[in-house]
Write a protein that binds this ligand. Sequence first.
Ligand code: SAH
Length: 390
Amino acid sequence: MAKVILTKNRSKRIEHGHPWVFKTEIETVEGDFNPGDIVDVVNFKGKFLGRGYINPKSQIAVRFLTENKDEAVDREFFKKRIIAALKYRQSLEFRGSFRVVYGESDFLPALIVDKFEDILVIQTLALGMDRFKPVIVDVLREIFNPRGIYERNDVPVRELEGLPQQKGFLYGEFDPIVIIEENGLKFYVDVEKGQKTGFFLDQKENRQSLAPLVKGADVLECFCYTGAFAIYAARFGAKNVLAYDVSAEAVECANKNAEINNLSHICRFSEANAFDVLRRFYDEGRKFDVVILDPPAFAKNKFALENAVRGYKEINLRGLKLLKPGGYLVTSSCSHHVSEALFMEIIESAAFDAKLKLRLVESRTQAKDHPILLPAEETRYLKFLILQLL
Ligand code: SAH
């Protein structure tokens, strides 16, 4: 096994438990290796820091799989890690559909496993993890005995690792449209053509927090995807829900979701650009009791931050202007690069520009099946705020 020796003058990030070695932190590598191989990482004095997979092509040269010198990385290793990840979710009463493995936070860097009832969807987002795909599939079959496993590796980050984008069936032949149950509601999830792995499990707990806000309310939702927030709002007693997404497939699926929950008479889904909808309703002088915004990540990397800030400000400013006094803005950002503090600042500045005053009712993050590993800030990405217009 090759040995990666780190430089002397680097931050103590790794000692604090951050599971990555950046390219710039490597002094030298002793021994031969192929990209994707398992290597040992030591500090400049030769002290063992961890074992992980290496990819010289990536800025993240090594991702740790273990900090234990005596732990081999083999089939047993993956089985142990995935069972531990599952036990954590089970102890928190996740059943049916949830994220089973959330990469770095489960000490399986760059691996995502989502469970949609008896179908599993996986992503292997780094070369070293991708090489273990057959082992992972085998272990998942043993632990879950699923009806099928689907691969959603059609994501651009794979290219930073020199990996192709691809998707397809890894095990089983099955209808890629699965019906899941979440908090007593049903949703169609298209694991083949849906966004990301098919459904945004990370908002599960946040959707529940609509309950006290929407009774008898007129609700507007922008960026609704397959309608989860809208349908929750309807279930929690909203009078009317208008919801928009730019994707025709998402809107079609949202309509089906309203139907299987018998809430079609309350929810109306349409295909539209959210920026236009918000502007049009403002021009028409329309007002709502609750406005829900859950856009895609506007900042995909730190260089896109400035434009992202502008985007978040614009939609939140427009959303705020549509609220009745006492109404609620329910707003999210899933850009890791926009911190909660920055997001709060953006909202505050939008309120200032609109000459409106807000108070923060609730501030939340991703659901517990997407836990945040404290030393790895990158594992924290979702901001979810409920604000009341005074
Ligand atoms: N709230 C949803 C997830 C939203 S994901 C849920 O809980 O399931 C973000 C959505 O925004 C995607 O469905 C995407 O199609 C949509 N979107 C992206 N740009 C948009 C735009 N300009 N106008 C409307 N929708 C947009």
